[in-house]
Design a protein around this ligand. Structure first.
Ligand SMILES: [Zn+2]
Length: 450
């Protein structure tokens, strides 16, 4: 090599080093508190790519509206709905147009019939192709279906079953529980039905004579449901009681079970103690089977839902208990409205949350704010969830899948566009974070084998 070429190489190296320095300098500057005028352009670029990300949906009730297995509970008698979920929301018309080419601009009964007929025909066909096609239209790859049982019209390759376990908390005489308020009057008999169903599945003619027998029934049902395709267990407990679970000694639960399994009405305190013990059997078994534990943690429907009882902070003593460090907890619905508390709950390595339910309660502009905060803190613990659910015969789980998926894709693109514009990270990193939220975190959680 000549001296001249050494100089040239040296110059080239210097230029490269300079370019790198400039690059590093701009990427490592302090993030700005205000996003710039480039946000809409960054948003458009990101959204185009975010639309291509296949979604892993952490929570849905994929179902036809007349299928009572869609949930272990039913809507209470006099529900008041948030603004966005009322029949008057024009977004549902947009959903029906986008999914089915719905030719009308409202859901007047004579118009809605067009949509209802189409869905009834799909249900009558009995084929799994219909729901697969809904997922395909929305680029949803896998979808957890939280149901009492999987349905023959759902393709098990795409829809993975999350089964309910609250019924195990209600084996005793529920007279006082049912009488607490009109909502409980609807919920508790349905829990009793699910328990009967599990007992039949396990060939039990009645409750086992002692707590040991009851515990093995509980553990065996979880193992059998996993063999049938179950990928996680789900508690709707926040609808029935506080999410705070004490840690009673086994002898106490044994005493209560012995006293009441054949009859008699336990006091509230006795029932609570018994439930707290059985709850711990359930999460222990879920940990052993490597089944993540889902909780409804957030606001809920009905006139008697207690925000305080549903606050995710109630679960702190459980998710931070070293005995359950191998159990994964998924606190769904983002703990909404306690979304900031929620993201700090996920600071524990075995705790996750999702944006289901809240993602269609609020409009995308507000979901953007929540996701921006979450992404800035623990982006590896958050997941998309649709909570797709039928509202009536016309507006079904199909339209809520659409609303949730469109809301989340646009909101996460907007949150990331602001963060890129503010100098938090570049667009490449933004897309990696979008993948984590929409797909990768869930794929990792449910893909992990014991
Ligand atoms: Zn749900």
């Amino acid at each position: 090599m000549t001296i001249r070429s050494h100089v040239q190489v040296g110059k080239a190296l210097l230029l490269t080093a300079l370019a790198t320095l400039v690059g590093v300098a701009s990427a490592s500057a302090q993030a700005k508190p205000l996003a710039g005028a480039d946000v809409p352009k960054i948003y458009e670029r990101l959204l185009k790519q975010i639309d291509q990300i296949p979604i892993y949906d952490n929570h849905s009730h994929a179902t036809f509206p007349d299928d009572s297995d869609m949930d272990a509970q039913a809507a209470p008698p006099d529900e008041t709905s948030v603004l966005r979920l009322r029949d008057t929301n024009p977004e549902f018309v947009a959903a029906a147009k986008s999914l089915f080419g719905y030719p009308y601009d409202d859901f007047k009964p004579e118009h809605a019939k067009w949509l209802i007929d189409k869905k009834k025909a799909a249900e009558a066909s009995g084929s799994t192709a219909y729901w697969d096609s809904i997922l395909d239209k929305l680029n949803i790859e896998i979808c957890l279906a939280n149901r009492v049982a999987l349905a023959p019209y759902l393709d098990p390759k795409r829809f993975h079953w999350v089964f309910f376990v609250d019924s195990f908390l209600f084996p005793l005489n529920n007279r006082d529980q049912t009488g607490k308020n009109p909502d409980m009057g609807v919920y508790i008999p349905l829990q009793e039905k699910v328990l009967q169903r599990y007992m039949k599945q396990e060939n039990l003619g009645g409750l086992p004579p002692d707590l040991a027998g009851y515990e093995s029934f509980v553990r065996q049902t979880l193992a059998d449901n996993q063999k049938k395709g179950g990928v996680a267990i789900k508690f709707e407990a926040a609808y029935f009681r506080s999410l705070y679970f004490s840690d009673p000694p086994r002898e106490k639960a044994e005493e209560i079970y012995a006293k009441y399994h054949a009859g008699g009405v336990p006091s509230n305190e006795e029932y609570r103690t018994f439930q707290d013990y059985v709850f711990r059997v359930l999460i222990d078994q879920a940990g052993k089977l490597n089944l993540p534990v889902h909780f409804h943690s957030a606001v809920g429907i009905g006139d008697y839902f207690s925000l305080r009882n549903g606050n995710p902070l109630n679960l702190e003593n459980v998710v931070r208990d070293p005995r359950y460090s191998k159990t994964n907890f998924v606190l769904i619905h983002g703990g909404y409205p306690y979304t900031l508390d929620m993201i700090w709950m996920t600071a524990a390595k075995n705790v996750y949350t999702d944006s289901s339910l809240m993602g269609y309660y609020v409009y995308p502009s507000e979901l953007k704010n929540i996701l921006k905060q979450w992404i800035s803190l623990f982006p590896d613990r958050i997941m998309f969830g649709s909570d797709a659910f039928p509202f009536n015969d016309a507006v079904g789980a199909e339209e809520t899948f659409w609303l949730a998926a469109r809301s989340a894709r646009t909101a996460v693109a907007a949150a990331l566009a602001e963060l890129v514009s503010e100098g938090a990270f570049n667009e490449e990193k933004a897309l990696e974070l979008a993948h984590m939220y929409l797909h990768d975190n869930a794929a990792k959680l449910y893909g992990a084998k014991p």
